[in-house]
Design a protein around this ligand. Structure first.
Ligand code: FES
Ligand code: FES
Length: 161
């Protein structure tokens, strides 16, 4: 059944008529063209489709679009600066060579945004647990953890908590 919903994606309000069985990943990719959101397993196992829903990292493949009524969604496309510049988190991934094929990267970056948003300083073991919902088949995780650690440390320095 079609339902009309209102949601905000990357700061922009949208009114959409969606099938009540449609997954958010499909709405974001197919209707709004936000192809940073990747489809991997489609059963909530790999983390490739992770987006923020009201600031919380969610697997958008198992999140129905109708549940997003009135909510704020953020994807990697929403991280860019006013002149299209990369966010500090994206830069950290590049500087630490935490990207190979890049398929898992957008989901990991959105989880990193959630982690940094807590303002807490996590150690490497804690970070390892926090990214355990993400599968990467290329990097072996060490560089990803280096990038996460770097951005958490930098934020900690700035925030001073
Ligand atoms: S595609 Fe959503 S968790 Fe794998
Ligand atoms: S960089 Fe290829 S799956 Fe993670």
């Amino acid at each position: 059944m079609l339902k009309v919903i209102n949601l905000t994606v990357n700061g922009k309000a949208h009114e959409l008529a969606v099938d009540d069985r449609e997954a958010l990943v499909d709405t974001l990719r197919n209707r709004l063209g936000l192809t940073s959101v990747k489809k991997g397993c489609e059963v909530g196992e790999c983390g490739a489709c992770t987006v923020l829903v009201n600031g919380e990292a969610m697997d958008s493949c198992i999140y129905l679009t109708v549940w997003a009524e009135g909510k704020n969604i953020m994807t990697v496309e929403g991280l860019k600066g006013p002149n299209g510049e990369l966010s500090p988190i994206q830069k950290a991934f590049i500087e630490e060579a935490a990207v190979q094929c890049g398929f898992c990267t957008p989901g990991l970056i959105m989880t990193a945004v959630e982690i940094v948003g807590t303002g807490k300083k996590y150690n490497r073991d804690e970070l390892r647990k926090l990214i355990s919902g993400h599968l990467c088949r290329c990097t072996g995780y060490e560089n990803i953890l280096n990038a996460m650690e770097r951005i958490v440390d930098e934020t900690y320095k700035v925030v001073g908590k």
